[in-house]
Ligand binder design. Structure first.
Ligand code: PNS
Length: 170
């Protein structure tokens, strides 16, 4: 059983993430989307919300599991009995950070590998940060986030505006 792990903050999922998930899932028997629980100090979406958004956006990919993790990625890999991490590269500017992370991880767990998939060029400008910025200013994210997830995002943000949004602290 070939298991790959695609880790990230996914705050929120973008079309670029979906591209990597679709392609990563073709390379393995199972692709684990590992969601870092404490993504940043102030994520826009709670862990539960990020999971709901991912579930909606990748429902068409059959061999994917969505599993939250905390702590070191290498410990999560060991826990999942996986040795391969998949990451997307949008541009040369991503490379420095990704190389450092891959090397730090291998230093901690020499049996692991990181493989990089080059993001489809049509998604190379998309990031969760850009999506959040557009959302904060009430702009259109329909070309950045899968259609199935937009509905969920709108519901979540609508709920927060009404003061009824979930707040699980993650
Ligand atoms: O989507 P992101 O925020 O670029 O993903 C970054 C992520 C989650 C892959 C990275 O921050 C991570 O693996 N964090 C877990 C902590 C860890 O293992 N750190 C050491 C490697 S740098």
């Amino acid at each position: 059983m070939i298991k790959y792990v695609y880790p990230g903050s996914f705050d929120p999922l973008t079309k670029g993430h979906v591209d990597i998930i679709e392609r990563g899932a073709k390379l393995a028997d199972r692709l684990i989307v590992g969601i870092l629980m404490n993504a940043t100090k102030q994520p826009m979406f709670t862990l539960k919300e990020r999971i709901r958004i991912i579930e909606a956006g990748i429902g068409h990919v059959p061999n994917v599991d969505i599993i939250p993790f905390d702590g070191l990625l290498v410990d999560f890999l060991k826990q999942q009995d996986a040795r391969t991490v998949v990451r997307g590269l949008r541009a040369v500017s991503d490379f420095e950070y990704e190389l450092q992370m891959a090397q730090a991880n291998r230093n901690l767990y020499p049996e692991m590998e990181t493989i990089f998939l080059c993001t489809n060029v049509e998604y190379s400008f998309i990031s969760s940060t850009v999506v959040k910025d557009i959302l904060r200013h009430g702009g259109d994210i329909s070309h950045l986030v899968p259609m199935e997830s937009i509905h969920i995002i709108e519901k979540i943000l609508g709920g927060k505006e009404n003061g009824s949004g979930s707040a699980d602290g993650n």
